[in-house]
Write a protein that binds this ligand. Structure first.
Ligand SMILES: Nc1ncnc2c1ncn2[C@@H]1O[C@H](COP(=O)(O)OP(=O)(O)OP(=O)(O)O)[C@@H](O)[C@H]1O
Ligand SMILES: [Mg+2]
Length: 695
């Protein structure tokens, strides 16, 4: 057992059940709980959306200061568009690449990347594999992350307890759903996403609107569970939309955002008092959270004015007579000078002086890599076999096309015209049939999205993912190639020898596997469906053109097309191998009726431009080398995106700030001059920074 620990206690009891699972895998004493506590502090945090044209750059978050402590659950509230997700993304190090972040985010007093498993994050969007059931999804997640030393029974207990905790028992065997599978409801998906993250009892947990789409009772139980997790000494930060008064009462702290500014930060129970003192008391029968949002949602001021003007609304509420923008500005101003702001700063100083806090270089998973590889391969295989669009449709099309090709070139023979026919048939199979691998692109993209989410939460490493993808797809590629090759080979009657048939299968399999790998590289570079398909199709068209079918290899223009393109073209090697496999040793009728027979070797050299200096097995080996290289490139692209992104972000942040600080409009845009006069320090310029990644 390593230094990392997982505790799991009282889950079912929390959800109202009677059984209690309590697995304490820690080999260390209680003292370490304090050490493993996560104090998150953010100081003067700003996020800017730069505009390099004439327009104004937009401050999405403006000088936010706050902290989150272990044992407490914090609610981030604010109207839609106020910056809740942006704040969570900034704290969790997952901001998108087009914005610039400045300020400090400190975990236990240190700057640290919070992605890749240090913190767990339930995003607003649910990214799940649609072909798995709820129970399967949770089980795979548990197998991928819980320690390998846990027995199957313990693992099952944890999974069942989590299903109970999130109220998913009734839909546990229902499939998550995708375009062709009827799905569980949106609220159930949301609870499933939460279940996946609370499974390992993370020390720091971010949630973006975990109760959206839930009825008030479900929302209450979900937040109650999160509160229980917090009470175990974990730090929980959650944005929340319209909580009921019962749900609101479960939160310890409240961070109220209004247009990217802090309207209130402090204990949730004191917020009513703050609003009261600020001159906007909460009416006795109103849900406090509704009142807070009403006071700060200025987006509908114009509409309210119009309705009041046309006398369509008559409201005795005094708030209706004051423009919300004004209330908003007053609250932001009052908070800045309030005792809450002063106390927050004092507490931040206290937190920074706590000694003995450690920041473990913790991964999100405690499972061994080989366990992850086998589980991920198994899950991916199940997904591929259940998703009709992933391989089955393609296999169907390949079989249909093979029958077409087989009947068009049926029993091709060895007369003079068969030379051209054999060449065309080989060219079609090696060149065009591989083209259809582009059909898997949408499914690759779906899988990649789940990969990015799981990777950021530290489920497994890039190498494990790349390997598992190759292994799980292999049976389908083999089935596709063998079915195609068998139908074509025996209908066209290429050659009777079994080794030639075997070579034909291997040649096709390696070409298709290489195209698949190339498509994975495209999917990792261009995570957009239309752009990806277009780029993939362009790449395959170039490969087809230079494969030696449309223009023989020796005739290709030497710069670029012959060297290097035809050498890094799987199609060129595939076609040469297929031609050699078919023609060496065969004799064809001459052009004239009783002329001498034409040898296959002669045709290869003089008519098809295929060099005979190396055997067909070298051609096959070249394709396998390309396949391995493409997989390595795929791995390198994913890895580089992870490693290089902090440096790219640092560079971008520095450049953007330099550019923006020259603009008077950016400097003057401040509504609170005293704050804005302070220079912005690019957070990412500092070592070990909380650098966000963008995919
Ligand atoms: N990467 C980005 N590029 C451009 N604009 C952005 C970006 N991120 C956030 N914004 C803008 O910042 C504002 C705040 O967005 P954010 O998603 O944080 O709001 P929110 O409070 O989470 O809203 P909701 O409750 O609707 O989820 C929005 O107006 C949004 O358009
Ligand atoms: Mg949001």
């Amino acid at each position: 057992m390593n230094a990392m620990e997982i505790e799991y206690s009282g889950g079912v009891a929390a959800a109202g059940g009677t059984t209690e699972t309590d697995i304490d895998l820690s080999s260390r004493g209680r003292d370490n709980h304090q050490q493993a506590a996560m104090y998150l502090v953010w100081e003067d945090l700003s996020v800017v959306l730069p505009n390099f044209g004439n327009g104004h750059s937009r401050r999405l978050l403006d000088g936010l200061t706050g902290f989150a402590e272990p044992g407490r659950i914090m609610a981030i509230m604010g109207p839609s568009g106020s910056g809740k997700s942006t704040l969570l993304d900034s704290l969790a190090g997952r901001l998108s690449g087009n914005v610039v972040m400045t300020g400090n985010v400190l975990l236990n007093g240190k700057r640290k990347r919070l992605d890749y498993g240090v913190a767990a994050y339930v995003t607003q969007e649910d990214l799940l594999l649609g072909t798995l059931s709820v129970r399967e999804t949770i089980t795979y997640s548990a197998l991928l992350r819980l320690p390998t030393t846990l027995s199957k029974q313990e693992m099952d207990e944890i999974v069942e307890a989590t299903i109970m905790e999130m109220g998913l028992r009734d839909c546990a065997d229902g499939l998550v759903g995708n375009w062709h599978i009827r799905s569980i409801s949106g609220g159930e998906k949301k609870r499933l996403s939460i279940a996946l993250e609370i499974l390992t009892r993370p020390r720091l947990l971010f949630l973006d609107e975990p109760t959206s789409g839930l009825d008030s009772a479900s929302a209450f139980f979900v937040i109650q569970t999160l509160r229980n997790i917090a009470l175990d000494g974990r730090t929980v930060i959650s944005s929340i939309h319209q909580p009921s008064s019962e749900v609101f009462a479960l939160f310890d702290d409240l961070f109220l955002l209004s247009g990217g500014l802090t309207a209130y930060f402090g204990p949730a129970t004191m917020a009513v008092e703050f609003f009261d003192k600020a001159g906007f008391p909460c009416p006795s029968r109103r849900n406090p959270s509704d009142h807070f949002l009403r006071c700060i949602n200025s987006g509908f001021d114009q509409v309210t004015n119009n309705l009041m003007g046309s006398r369509r609304i008559h409201d005795s509420d005094p708030l209706m007579n004051i423009p919300i923008a004004k209330i908003n500005a007053t609250l932001v101003d009052k908070y800045r000078t309030s005792e809450f702001a002063t106390r927050a700063k004092a507490r931040i100083r206290e937190i920074s002086s706590i000694e003995g806090l450690i920041v473990e270089s913790r991964r999100g998973s405690q499972a061994k890599w080989w366990k992850q590889l086998s589980v991920l391969t198994c899950r991916s295989f199940k997904n591929m076999s259940r998703d009709v669009g992933y391989y089955w449709v393609r296999i169907g099309i390949y079989v249909t096309l093979s029958i077409c090709v087989g009947s068009i070139f049926f029993d091709v023979g060895t007369n003079f015209t068969a030379i051209l026919a054999r060449g065309a048939c080989g060219g079609f199979v090696a060149g065009f049939m591989t083209f259809m691998s582009i059909g898997g692109f949408p499914s690759f993209l779906e899988e990649m999205k789940v990969f990015y989410k799981e990777r950021l939460n530290g489920y497994y490493g890039v190498g494990v993912y790349v390997m598992s993808n190759l292994l799980s797809s292999f049976p389908f590629l083999a089935l596709m190639s063998i079915a195609t090759a068998t139908i074509v080979y025996y209908m066209v009657k290429f050659r009777p020898e079994f080794p030639s048939y075997l070579y034909f299968c291997l040649d096709l399999l390696s070409c298709i596997a290489t195209v698949e790998s190339a498509m994975m590289i495209v999917a990792s570079l261009v995570p957009n469906f239309l752009m990806g398909v277009t780029i993939g199709a362009g790449y395959l068209a170039i490969m087809m053109m230079t494969s030696g079918f449309f223009r023989s290899l020796p005739d290709l223009p030497k710069p670029l097309w012959r060297y290097p393109i035809s050498y890094i073209n799987y199609g060129a090697w595939g076609l040469q191998g297929a031609y050699k496999n078919d023609m060496i040793g065969l004799e064809f009728d001459s052009f004239i009726s009783d002329g001498t027979k034409l040898k296959g070797e002669f045709i290869l050299k003089s008519m098809l431009g295929v060099p005979l200096s190396h055997s067909k097995w070298w051609d096959l080996a070249a394709i396998v080398c390309l396949l391995v290289s493409f997989r390595l490139i795929f791995f390198a692209v994913l890895k580089l995106k992870e490693r290089a992104s902090p440096y790219v972000r640092t560079f971008y942040t520095k450049r953007t700030l330099k550019h923006l600080n020259k603009r008077p409009s950016f400097r003057k845009a401040a509504s609170f001059p005293s704050k804005r006069q302070q220079p912005l320090h690019p957070l990412s310029a500092q070592e070990g920074l909380n650098s966000p990644l963008h995919y």
